[in-house]
Ligand binder design. Structure first.
Ligand SMILES: Nc1ncnc2c1ncn2[C@@H]1O[C@H](COP(=O)(O)OP(=O)(O)OP(=O)(O)O)[C@@H](O)[C@H]1O
Ligand SMILES: O=P(O)(O)OC[C@H]1O[C@H](OP(=O)(O)OP(=O)(O)O)[C@H](O)[C@@H]1O
Ligand SMILES: O=C(O)c1cccnc1
Length: 469
């Protein structure tokens, strides 16, 4: 399905790549870390999403003839274009598992490749992982408050252009049950769901006929939208009449949908009307600018809503425009590399690394990940990245390595999981996270530490840099 070619990148990647190519650095190994700095939604965790799409796209990424012709018009040299003609990603990627809970400032994924290949994939990697992780995190927050209710993604029409395609996939990883998005349903094997639009009801001279014809035309999973004229005086009574007619044909109305007004009040009153008519099986769906806060409030008001349709706030990751994920160089030219910054959080971690999740003997997550050198297996003590006196003995905890080799020599190594499996894994990992990290107000801050060896390596690079200026 993915139709990306290697021009899905920023021009500066190609400008840098051409210099590496001309100066004989094209076979230099580089290591880049993908990490992010700030948790979205002022939350306590994020859900990693987008990995399988990324791996599939990277393993197939090539420059087409047309791409090369275009790049020629942009002033790139013939010998470099000739090199790009043969381009394919031959590197190795180590990554956290898709669906895992992830935290800021520690590598979520590591790319080891020749510097040109590693650089060219930066943009698509950030584009895919930042967006899906943002939306999966939003979806997961909505799932946390929604309990057992059905959650449907209605966001395609409000998504930033084609982003809705990947947003739907991420929503499923975060815990949604279905989508109205037909192309995502088809390509990702996601259950399709849906109701009817106001236009359908409006297009008839009366609401009852509209409901009747819809129910006759599509009796399976029929949901009637009851708020076009007057929910309690017209919509619900007409839906009840049609439900009764359906019963006579041996069919069942699945649900009614509320899309405006006070959803708690209308759901309660509609429930009463349906129950009094002997239609306790007819469910109530609600939509209209829902998010985790509105759904939480509706459920606290004991609104009898069984199905929530969420669009805009889910697929745009409202109110956060983007996850601030970055791709930073940790190794090149046979040496560790560092980026120094006035802002401490922007100072990078050099070297190839491994990240461990610390767990107690019962397998419970203690609320900390530690970053070590790639070959470290057990870390005695972890250090706060920038406060040298903050240390913690960790040798007694289990160390679960998080970065696994997922792609080598351009070939994807991990078996493809369906979205249900990824979502189940995600729910399991989220369940392992203590609840303090999942509350919306002032969640506990998950600790990220570094090993002594990594800290010494980093401090040495900082010192050398200071001495050199
Ligand atoms: N009982 C409720 N508690 C909390 N939030 C609610 C409740 N009912 C609706 N909302 C939310 O309040 C927001 C605004 O609802 P509002 O009633 O202003 O819009 P509307 O129904 O579209 O307006 P209109 O009735 O003019 O069409 C929406 O996000 C909606 O989901
Ligand atoms: O509010 P959101 O979370 O974005 O959920 C999606 C919204 O999109 C639809 O409205 P729209 O007015 O586009 O079409 P409709 O006529 O079917 O209501 C639907 O009725 C929801 O209100
Ligand atoms: O099926 C629905 O009810 C639906 C689909 C997209 C957007 N809003 C509602």
């Amino acid at each position: 399905m993915h139709n990306f070619t290697a021009t899905y990148t920023d021009q500066y990647q190609l400008a840098m790549a051409q210099v590496y190519f001309k100066n004989g650095q094209k076979d230099n190994t580089a290591i880049f870390d993908y990490s992010f700095r700030k948790l979205p939604f002022n939350g306590g965790y994020a859900i990693f999403s987008g990995l399988e799409d990324l791996l599939e796209i990277i393993s197939e990424l090539r420059f087409s003839e047309k791409d090369l012709e275009f790049l020629k018009t942009q002033g790139f040299d013939n010998d470099f274009l000739q090199y790009l003609k043969e381009f394919r990603f031959r590197g190795t990627i180590y990554s956290s598992a898709e669906g895992d809970v992830i935290f800021p400032t520690r590598p979520v994924l590591q790319v080891e490749a020749n510097i040109i290949e590693a650089q060219i994939i930066e943009t698509i990697l950030l584009n895919l992982l930042n967006f899906q992780t943002l939306v999966a995190t939003k979806a997961s927050r909505i799932r946390l408050v929604a309990g057992e209710s059905q959650l449907l993604d209605f966001g395609l029409r409000r998504a930033q252009a084609t982003g809705g395609y990947f947003a739907t996939r991420a929503a499923l990883i975060g815990g949604f049950n279905g989508t109205s998005n037909v192309i995502a349903g088809k390509n990702f094997d996601i259950p399709l769901s849906g109701t009817m639009a106001h236009s359908f009801v409006q297009s008839y001279d009366d609401e009852l006929t509209a409901f009747r014809e819809f129910a006759e035309g599509r009796p399976e999973k029929c949901v009637l939208l009851v708020d076009t004229y007057n929910t309690l005086k017209s919509g619900v009574p007409n839906a009840i009449r049609v439900a009764k007619e359906m019963e006579e044909r041996g069919e069942q109305l699945l649900a009614i949908r509320l899309d405006s007004g006070d959803l708690a009040y209308l759901a309660r009153e509609s429930r009463k009307l349906l129950d009094d008519a002997g239609l306790a099986y007819v469910k109530i769906a609600a939509s209209n600018q829902l998010d985790e806060y509105v759904i939480k409030s509706l459920l606290e008001q004991e609104a009898p809503i069984d199905i929530f349709g969420v669009g805009t706030n889910l697929v745009t990751g409202d109110p956060d425009g983007a996850l601030d994920g970055v791709y930073k160089l940790a190794w090149a030219g046979g040496k560790p590399r560092i980026k120094i910054s006035e802002s401490i959080i922007k100072i990078t971690l050099p070297h190839k690394k491994q990240v461990f999740r610390l767990k107690d003997d019962n397998g419970n997550c203690i609320g900390a990940d530690v970053v070590g050198m790639f070959n470290e297996e057990k870390i005695e003590e972890m250090y706060h990245p920038f406060e040298p006196y903050k240390t913690m003995k960790i040798s007694s905890y289990l160390h679960e390595p998080l970065l696994k080799k997922v792609l080598e020599d351009g070939e994807v190594l991990i078996p493809k999981r369906n979205l249900k499996e990824i979502a189940e894994y995600s729910a399991k990992r989220l369940a392992e996270l203590p609840k303090e990290y999942k509350r919306f107000n002032n969640p506990h801050i998950y600790k990220i530490g570094i090993s002594k060896e990594l800290k010494e390596e980093r401090d040495l690079l900082i010192k050398n840099f200071k001495n050199s200026i």
